[in-house]
Design a protein around this ligand. Structure first.
Ligand code: 13P
Length: 250
């Protein structure tokens, strides 16, 4: 049985001070134990939020990292730096990093290999843009991103990855993929993972949906057989909305 995982991706929002207030409020809420809850905060918040989350059921996540351990990489953050602050999950290959910061599949793969070698759990984002959807290229695009992203990973390493299917046209637009659309594409991703590894592997890997997830649409999405959670942007920045998202079953 795959445990659902709901992760908030704060992106470049809130100051560290505001982030602390947010987490304080969240810690006062009764949050479901049936789902894994992750908050992926900006790098500047990891130290303070990490301390606050100690002893709680929520897990700490980062939004990116570089693959090397240290060196002359001005402005970058290494896996060792994340581990030191208690980070467990790291988002890699988010579409905003692919499009705004020119990250390609090869770089993302190197980051994935490094994260796994250091015991971090990557949340690998994949997804098509609107033009690719409208011209029938969804499967081709996803298959490429998955095969490149998982290149050179052993079965054991790959089993630690969470995949987030985030159609780019649904991110921050208010347009969500319908439950069936998301389910159909995530089923394709699962099938592809089965081809890359084996059927037991594909049955166990967790695949989230992301893109305009909010309290009003989470239930329908989570009721789909192949959707194992959500990667949430905008709605994760509101305490009550995030509470409702993680407690969608209650
Ligand atoms: P929104 O939930 O704001 O659409 O963002 C989705 C996302 O990009 C999460 O990583």
């Amino acid at each position: 049985m795959r445990k659902k995982i709901i992760a908030g991706n704060w992106k470049m929002n809130t100051t560290a001070t505001e982030g602390k207030v947010f987490i304080e409020k969240l810690l006062q809420k009764k949050l479901s134990e049936k789902v894994d809850i992750v908050v992926c905060v900006p790098f500047t918040h990891l130290c303070s939020v990490g301390k606050m989350l100690k002893g709680s059921s929520m897990k700490l996540g980062a939004q990116n990292m570089y693959f090397d351990e240290n060196g002359a990489y001005t402005g970058e953050i290494s896996p060792l730096m994340l581990l030191d602050l208690g980070v467990e999950y790291v988002i890699l290959g988010h579409s905003e990093r692919r499009s705004l910061f020119q990250e390609d599949d090869e770089l993302i793969n190197r980051k994935l290999q490094s994260a796994l070698a250091h015991g971090l759990k990557p949340i690998l984002c994949v997804g098509e843009n609107l033009e690719e959807r409208e011209t029938g290229k969804v499967q081709k695009v996803l298959s490429y991103q998955l095969r490149k992203g998982f290149d050179n990973l052993s079965r054991q390493e790959a089993s630690q990855v969470v995949i987030a299917y985030e159609p780019i046209w649904a991110i921050g637009t208010g347009k969500t993929a319908s439950d069936e659309e998301a389910e159909e594409t995530i089923f394709f991703i699962r099938k592809t993972m089965g081809e890359m590894y084996d059927s037991e592997f594909s049955e166990n890997i967790r695949i989230q949906y992301g893109g305009s997830v909010k309290p009003s649409n989470i239930k329908g999405l989570m009721n789909m057989k192949n959707i194992d959670g959500a990667l949430v942007g905008g709605a994760s920045l509101n305490v009550e909305d995030f509470e409702q998202l993680v407690n969608y079953e209650l």
